[in-house]
Design a protein around this ligand. Sequence first.
Ligand code: ARG
Length: 461
Amino acid sequence: MTSQGARGRRFEGELTPEAVDLNASVDFDKRLLPEDVAGSIAHARMLGRQGIISAEDAERIASGLEEVKRRFERGELSWDPALEDVHMNVEARLTESIGDAGSRLHTGRSRNDQISTDLRLYSRNSAEKLSALIGDLRRALLDRAERYVDAFMPGYTHLQRAQPIRVGHHFLAYDAMLRRDQGRLADAARRAGECPLGAGALAATTYPIDREGVAADLGFEGVTRNSLDAAGDRDFAVELVAAIALCQTHLSRLGEEIVLWVSQEFSFATLGEGYCSGSSIMPQKVNPDVAELIRGKTGRVTGHWVSLMTVLKGLPLAYNKDLQETQEPLFDAVDTLKTSLLVARGMVESLEMNTERLRRAVGEGYLVATELADYLVTKGRPFRRAHDAAGALVRRAQAEGLELEELSLEALRAEDSAFGEDIYEWLDVANAVDRRDVVGGPARARILAEIERSRRELNGS
Ligand code: ARG
């Protein structure tokens, strides 16, 4: 192979230096070295099995590729941008090292089906790693949920205190989101599970290749069914990055809540110092930068999804070099979520809830007003009427500067004669929460059951 890279002797002139800069992808696709080498070894062995090249050449190529990989990893070989990409760099080094046999590797394939394979392998592998990291974060959330199962806090709508819940229930909400994220990642990985090798540049190949054998060797579930589509398809990257963006969005909600909770205004929690930074001018500041950054990274990751969609939009079949532009967004989305998940897990583990402050917050703001209405319903009142009476009582309590449980039985009965002494039990926060004893509700037993259920599921996977 010459410094003309993949261009060969059709060309006389060199690529201009600016064009080399624009064209070369090796700076970022060199991270596909393990996938590229795995794909090439499977391809070479198949060529050998099928008698397309000799069995000796196939083995020479396989061991040569392992050697080239090791030498790149140790920094003994350097990447050459004139050779454009990871594929040409590896092949050039292979041929340098094993001679003629190396130039037989590219028989019956193209860089188009090659990169499509590499990226699918990378995506499947990344989805699995991300899912494991999500699992770790979920475990940390479940531990917090269990630890704070007996603590109460205000549940919010519109960021207004709404009804009391157990703190554990709040953590479980994130567990539920992350569980769906794992489902989406698994789904994206499953659809990336068809091996495109054999699609060639666009119109397959004339050699008697064994596509299924290569696919099985590489751990794919099957093979792609249309060579034009396979060479130009990056749907799997779009799906993976979409799943990543949504997961990052979930982390941004968690990040935002942590930012709120550790503010002086809320004072609901404190974060470990390993997750906070100070100010260069205000010595008293302890800022939740890490939570803010996790929140902020969401813009970047969602941007990657938009980049992918925009690159693909309007592309004619089959391969176009635009597709090279799908790599960096994909890689960065994976990297960003990986780091965010690791940090989020540590942050959650370091989170200490201020249970006294939370308990006080539950006691202020008429959070048990719904109980008044529900109580009246048990006495046969229609819900709308009961809701109206409870509203009037909140108004009265507010005017008198009292909480609901401080209203006298006479005051309550003046609004509705159905109120009896037992209403005060209903207004007790723990009772109010534990009466919400339905699947997915905040009652103590339900929370413990969900923690158990999630843990079992995580251990099974
Ligand atoms: N580096 C290229 C990419 O990422 C590999 C495929 C090149 N194919 C070609 N026909 N120029 O898309």
